[in-house]
Design a protein around this ligand. Structure first.
Ligand code: ADP
Length: 484
């Protein structure tokens, strides 16, 4: 029996208007149909926005303790359900069970952090010559649309839903069509924790259809999006000018290895950043700049350790890297491996896993790839691949490292492996990236520290994650002059 999942609109679980559906399949075995989900369109969006618009003022008028309480309960429920949801995440997105558990278990911490922020939605007072007292009051924005990608389907959504609800907003949530079940699980947790039924709407479906309908729908006061630059740009162009918008997009992140670095540490740092989550993290390492004296040894060591990574279904014991999340991702990664070869690069790995292995024959498995000796202006060096492919290039100075690390349209995360403090300080100050990590991979961030990129990685409306700074996007300030 195929499971048929539903939207959640106006407090009711319901199919898309007209009844259309789309399939959700397991990337480790595409014969495994997880379920059918509503293929929603503009009519569903209109109903969702109308119901959320009717519900948020009462939620905003509640005491902050009530809002915090719901998020604390959601955190407890998420902790209880984390392992079950993690298994579903592996089935739906492909990441290993370890990676899935890490993601699912973090959601509780995320909800707790924002539960606290509900109680700290502070304003300020200002000395004034025109009134007895001038103060700023933070109020909700209203209806917040949340559009998320598939690679961290729980944490990308929780880091938006948590602060949006804490600040007193209502939410229309459209998860990625690749991971609709994870979107549903998050909404179930919030509803079971006592969220008012009409305050959140879950609208499942395709980006080009329901996603676009959200950007065209009147009544959306703010939209927060994480995904590709191409889609982010399209969203920004189609929104009305009075809709507040936050866009977090791609990266072409580099790790720099200076001459004093230990090769062991360099290999471990690159491997985690480049091949963790099958290379499908927006902060993933796709370029390495290494001091020339270490180049040959680092290339050889990385080739060897990448070849030893055990690739397979995320549920299997000992597997270190799961499949790519979709057939499109699989085709894209393999195409880039071909491009690297055509460009004259030395490529080790990157091939599809033998389809003769029955456990792998129906999934999107590729070996991690290490690419060296690329020419200048290589496409592999410039374009975001979003897969387990890392390109390596030698450098001759810190100046060159900074110049080449920043020689990209993106500016999300960059990392540096060295013990040389003056180099660290100069690099950290000068690089055009939103996140700089020293002696650690480009991936892996703290949920209580500001997150966001520069250049094409973000529209830089407000940082995500972190504490009070997050509320700048989810609330607006009214200035009140009190006279007597
Ligand atoms: P990714 O492939 O990394 O998920 P996308 O940018 O393609 O990146 O998708 C991110 C999210 O944006 C998904 O939920 C997707 O359905 C949605 N989306 C795609 N196209 C549009 C669009 N034109 N308008 C609004 N949302 C869209």
């Amino acid at each position: 029996m195929t499971e048929r999942h539903l939207n959640y609109i106006a407090g009711e679980w319901q199919p898309a208007f007209g009844g259309a559906t789309f399939e959700d399949r397991n990337p480790a075995d595409e014969r495994d149909l997880i379920g059918l989900f509503p293929d929603s369109a503009a009519t569903d969006v209109a109903a969702a926005v109308a119901s959320v618009a009717s519900a948020w003022p009462a939620w905003a008028a509640q005491s902050p303790e009530v809002r915090a309480d719901v998020l604390f309960k959601a955190a407890d429920l998420m902790s209880l359900r984390a392992d079950t949801i993690a298994a579903e995440l592996t089935r739906e997105e492909g990441k290993t069970l370890n990676e899935a558990r890490n993601e699912a278990r973090r959601i509780a911490a995320n909800f707790r952090l924002y539960a606290g922020e509900a109680l700290r939605l502070n304003g300020e007072t200002y000395p004034s010559e025109v009134a007895q007292l001038v103060l700023s009051l933070r109020q909700p924005v209203g209806v917040v649309a949340v559009i998320t990608p598939w690679n961290f389907p729980l944490s990308m959504a929780a880091r938006k839903l948590g602060p949006a609800l804490a600040a007193g907003n209502g939410v229309v949530f459209k998860p990625s069509e690749i991971t609709p079940l994870m979107g549903q699980r998050l909404v179930e947790v919030l509803l079971d924790a006592g969220l008012p039924p009409k305050l959140v709407a879950l609208v499942q479906g395709k980006g080009a259809k329901v996603g676009q309908a959200i950007t065209a729908q009147a009544g959306v006061d703010a939209l927060t999006f994480t995904g590709s630059y191409a889609v982010g740009k399209q969203i920004a162009a189609s929104l009305s000018t009075d809709t507040r918008v936050q866009l977090e997009m791609g990266g072409k992140n580099a790790t720099v290895i200076l001459a004093d670095a230990s090769i062991d540490k360099a290999v471990a740092t690159i491997e985690r950043g480049a091949f963790g989550l099958t290379g499908q993290a927006c902060t993933g390492t796709s370029r390495v700049l290494v001091a020339r004296p270490l180049y040959a040894e680092l290339v050889a060591r990385l080739e060897k350790s990448a070849a030893a990574i055990k690739v397979g279904p995320g549920t299997s014991e000992g597997v270190q890297m799961g499949p790519l999340a979709t057939r499109a991702q699989y085709d894209k990664v393999r195409a880039y491996v071909g491009i690297a070869r055509d460009e004259g690069g030395r490529v080790v790995g990157g091939d599809a896993l033998p389809e003769t292995d029955p456990a792998l024959a129906h999934g999107y498995f590729v070996r991690p790839a290490v690419v060296s000796d690329l020419p200048e202006n290589s496409r592999l060096w410039r374009e975001e691949i979003f897969g387990p492919v890392v390109a390596i290039r030698p450098i001759d100075s810190l100046d060159e490292a900074i110049r080449l690390a920043d020689d990209t349209e993106y500016g999300l995360a960059v990392s540096l492996v060295t013990g040389d403090l003056p180099s660290v300080l100069r690099f950290a100050r000068e690089t055009q990236h939103g996140i700089v990590k020293v002696n650690s991979p480009t991936t892996g961030v703290s949920l209580n520290a500001p997150f966001g990129g520069l250049k094409h990685s973000s529209n830089q409306a407000a940082k995500e994650q972190g504490g009070a700074n997050v509320m700048d996007f989810y609330s607006r300030i009214k200035t009140i002059y009190l006279g007597a």
